[in-house]
Design a protein around this ligand. Structure first.
Ligand code: PLP
Length: 354
């Protein structure tokens, strides 16, 4: 029986990448040691690091005036690093559309003046209407894909300050115009690689604005000047992320991922909308292609649904504890067959219980 893992994060990685990593796990490039046993400064690892950065640059068409940093501490590390590096003595604006943008704003408040603008209009709709002039802010932060809520903002907000976006659950899932942003960041464990690593793509003119007390490992300029090797970087996570970048390139790049992701999400949403047994309350224009949340109309069947899904090889469908219900995370690594298997199971389950 095939196992399909719908975990929101750490999430499944491409099967081909896992097989390659397994094959070279204890003997990287015939060196007789694992890649995780190499010095981060030896030529073999330096090659891994540089190739990973170059492939990410190619995949996202990152312009030369942006630095790419491989940092520690996941996305939440960046919730602190961003205000420490960018806020100075000024103020920041956080757009709110779900759990993660709320959390990012709360963390930033510890470092200075933070204002918020709630995009939630009710009925699963979101709007920037009423957002005034933003030129007074040091930056504007938002989260294009709210992993917990299953909500996405596909239009990039028009603002007059550097725009900062948390791409943790949508990086490389569809094309993005990097030049519209001051800074992009993502924890690796959803669409890229192992947990702990954070990718930061930052416009170079924003590198040198950190407050003096910023911890060196969170300081963008320190990271950039040391090629993200100020201290020992998470080498294995860096290597495996690099393998995922290669895999995406081999598949045909981000445009191909985007096409597949659209089709997977459409399969699931179309099924949910057509079924009286399941529902999704997000307005169609704001539905996430990465995290499809849904509820059983009869919530009394939730535990049974999860148990039977697990037995059918469909793992980790429980929604986040804060919002309840179900969630199928279908990042780049999830094949269409996994979604088809889920729809087949949901069909059988509905027939058996209605
Ligand atoms: C998972 C997630 C985070 C938290 O990532 P960590 O690496 O655990 O800190 C932040 N933002 C979004 C959008 C996420 O999906």
């Amino acid at each position: 029986m095939s196992i399909y893992n719908f975990c929101a994060g750490p999430a499944m990685l491409p099967a081909e990448v896992m097989a390659k990593a397994e094959a070279e796990f204890r003997n990287y490039q015939q060196l007789g040691v694992s890649v995780m046993e190499l010095s981060h400064r030896c030529p073999e690892f330096m090659a891994v690091a540089e190739e990973a950065e170059q492939n990410l640059r190619d995949l996202m068409a990152i312009p030369d005036n942006y630095a790419v940093l491989f940092m520690h501490g996941g996305a939440r590390g960046q919730f602190s690093a961003i205000p420490m590096n960018l806020l100075g003595q000024g103020k920041a604006l956080y757009l709110l559309n779900g759990q993660w943008s709320d959390s990012a704003a709360k963390e930033a408040e510890r470092y200075g003046q933070v204002e918020t603008f709630d995009l939630r209009q009710g009925k699963g709709c979101f709007s920037l209407d009423g957002l005034g002039d933003t030129s007074d802010y040091r930056y504007v932060h938002y989260c294009p894909n709210e992993t917990v809520d299953g909500v996405a903002l596909y239009d990039i907000p028009e603002v007059d300050a550097p725009l900062v976006a948390d791409l943790s659950s949508c990086i490389l899932g569809r094309e993005l115009d990097v030049s519209r942003f001051g800074l992009l960041y993502a924890g690796a464990q959803k669409n890229v690689g192992p947990a702990g690593l954070a990718l930061v793509i930052v416009r170079r003119d924003l590198l040198d604005q950190a407050r003096p007390e910023t911890p060196s490992i969170l300081n963008y300029q320190v990271a950039q000047k040391s090629d993200s090797m100020y201290n020992t970087p998470p080498t294995f996570a860096w290597y495996l992320s690099g393998e995922v970048f290669k895999w995406i390139k081999e598949q045909g790049g981000v445009a191909v991922m985007a096409e597949r992701n659209r089709r997977k999400a459409q399969t699931l949403y179309d099924f949910i909308d057509a079924s009286p047994f399941y529902q999704n309350n997000v307005a169609a224009a704001f539905r996430s292609e990465m995290n499809v949340t849904f509820q059983l109309v009869d919530e009394g069947l939730n535990q049974r649904f999860l148990k039977e899904a697990e037995a059918a090889g469909l793992r980790a469908l429980e929604g986040h504890r804060i919002v309840g219900g179900m969630r199928a995370s279908i990042y780049n690594a999830m094949p269409q067959q996994g979604v088809d298997a889920l729809v087949a199971f949901m069909t059988r389950f509905a027939e058996a219980h209605q």
